[in-house]
Design a binder for this molecule. Structure first.
Ligand code: ADP
Ligand code: MG
Length: 247
């Protein structure tokens, strides 16, 4: 296998416990460059913890994680370095409230990469245009809707030019009418080839954007399917019952 064919992300046999509670059990997955993987499963099944293992916010107890061909789970590469290449978007966008949309997007490139203000602003304007918010660049978060704030958060994550985007239930705190605008932006990014892992129960998004669907339960990935198989109904009875609850 040449380096180009290697997955962007590979997790092998990941275990994680909090105290006595096992939260992840022998989780393995592989995400190719340009792929979008959707992670579904009941609350408490370990979806957030699995994402947080990827960017070392919640380090795995055992197992290996290869990102962009390097083993990032052995502590040989500083977590801050790894996180520079992995964008993360949370349920609660957590923008800096004292900074405008553009300044939120400019912050990391200026402070972490040392890019000058003029260049950072140019980049921020382009990214805000990409998330359809060019005309909101100078607004503060409290002057923006939840959907707009979440799109600023996506632009902010993109500002570091990540090779992988992680989204943890990015629309579950939003009013229904704003969900679509955020999912549209994510689907556009996926279509452009942004490698992504998305925890979401928005199956419309999964249908549009996902290559693989993983179903987690009690810390295990108990089912994995290509999006095609999944949407042709080739899922286990257990996954079907879960889907019937959320759809
Ligand atoms: P999901 O995102 O699928 O809802 P989580 O990954 O958030 O699941 O949580 C999985 C389990 O791990 C839950 O039982 C949760 O209570 C527990 N858990 C998550 N984070 C922590 C933590 N920092 N300390 C202790 N337990 C945690
Ligand atoms: Mg979660």
């Amino acid at each position: 296998m040449s380096n180009e064919d290697k997955p962007m992300l590979e997790m092998i046999g990941i275990d994680k416990a909090f105290g006595r509670q096992t939260v992840l059990r022998n989780c393995s997955l592989s995400v190719k460059r340009g792929e979008t993987v959707v992670l579904i499963g009941p609350s408490g099944s370990g979806k957030s913890t699995l994402l947080r293992c990827v960017n070392l916010l919640s380090p795995a107890d055992s197992g290996d994680i290869f990102f962009a061909r390097q083993n990032i789970s052995r502590g040989e590469i500083p977590a801050t370095k790894v996180r520079q290449h992995i964008g993360m978007v949370f349920q609660n966008y957590e923008l800096f409230s004292h900074l405008t949309a553009a300044e939120n997007v400019m912050l990391a490139p200026m402070t972490v990469l040392g890019i000058n203000r003029i260049e950072a602003r140019k980049q921020a304007d382009a990214l805000l245009a990409k998330v359809h918010l060019f005309d909101r660049a100078d607004h503060f978060p409290d002057e923006l809707s939840g959907g707009q704030q979440q799109r600023v958060a996506i632009a902010r994550a993109l500002a570091m030019k990540p090779e992988l985007m992680l989204y943890d239930e990015p629309t579950s705190a939003l009013d229904p009418e704003m969900i679509r605008e955020v999912l549209d932006v994510m689907a556009e990014l996926s279509a452009e080839g942004m490698t992504s892992m998305v925890v979401t129960h928005e199956m419309g998004f999964a249908r549009r954007a996902a290559n693989q669907i993983l179903f987690m339960e009690q810390g295990e990935i108990i089912e994995r399917a290509s999006a095609n198989d999944f949407f042709e109904g080739q899922v286990s009875a257990r996954a079907r019952r879960f889907l019937d609850q959320i759809l």
